[in-house]
Design a protein around this ligand. Sequence first.
Ligand SMILES: C[S@@+](CC[C@H](N)C(=O)[O-])C[C@H]1O[C@@H](n2cnc3c(N)ncnc32)[C@H](O)[C@@H]1O
Length: 214
Amino acid sequence: MTMENIYKYIKEHATRPDEALEWIEKQTHIRTNHARMLSGSVQGQIMKMLVQTSGATDILELGTFTGYSAVCLASGLPSGGHLDTLELNDELEELILEGFERAGLADVIDLHIGDCKETLKRFREEGREYDMVYMDANKREYCEYYELVFDMVRPGGLILADNVLWDGKVCQDPLPQDRQTLGIARFNDMVTEDRRVESVILPLRDGLNLIRKK
Ligand SMILES: C[S@@+](CC[C@H](N)C(=O)[O-])C[C@H]1O[C@@H](n2cnc3c(N)ncnc32)[C@H](O)[C@@H]1O
């Protein structure tokens, strides 16, 4: 039994994505060359349940891409909840917003186009606060994102960081010296040494670091 077969079985036995998510996934394949960046139905369902079970009401996402994970996270929010999602690529805007409409979440999710580091600096000045942050933008910049978002996370809040195993490269000895691997390895070390949080890496897809602010 390979990991691929096991993942296929898990996918077949998880709650099916709804019509809006299926539409986003299909459009991502048709209109972009990067469908592998989608978090997918299994991770999406887990993140939705984390929102529901943690009782989060305010969520921040770094790296919207076509909006798949934003819709998963936002569909776990209670009425009155809110999600800010940050994306650099303005060419994706139309597709993202149509997906939010189709999911009935256009009033729940705010899309902010631009470099998320600049948007985060503005959010900090505005005094925004979140119960959950999902980091999924530029892997080289995870340490910077962590520093920028940390004070905006409420005590007991969660930071989820995606792709932290980076195809297993972070465990290789010697460590590959490309900037993505070095950026993620530095981030994982930084989190482990941070006494302000508890954390564990889930071996889900490419690795999800689950970080809880004390
Ligand atoms: C892995 S994809 C996100 C996938 C999405 N979260 C999902 O699961 O469907 C990463 C996205 O981050 C965006 N990105 C990269 N650097 C960024 C930055 N500095 N600010 C905002 N977005 C950025 C990319 O354009 C890309 O769309």
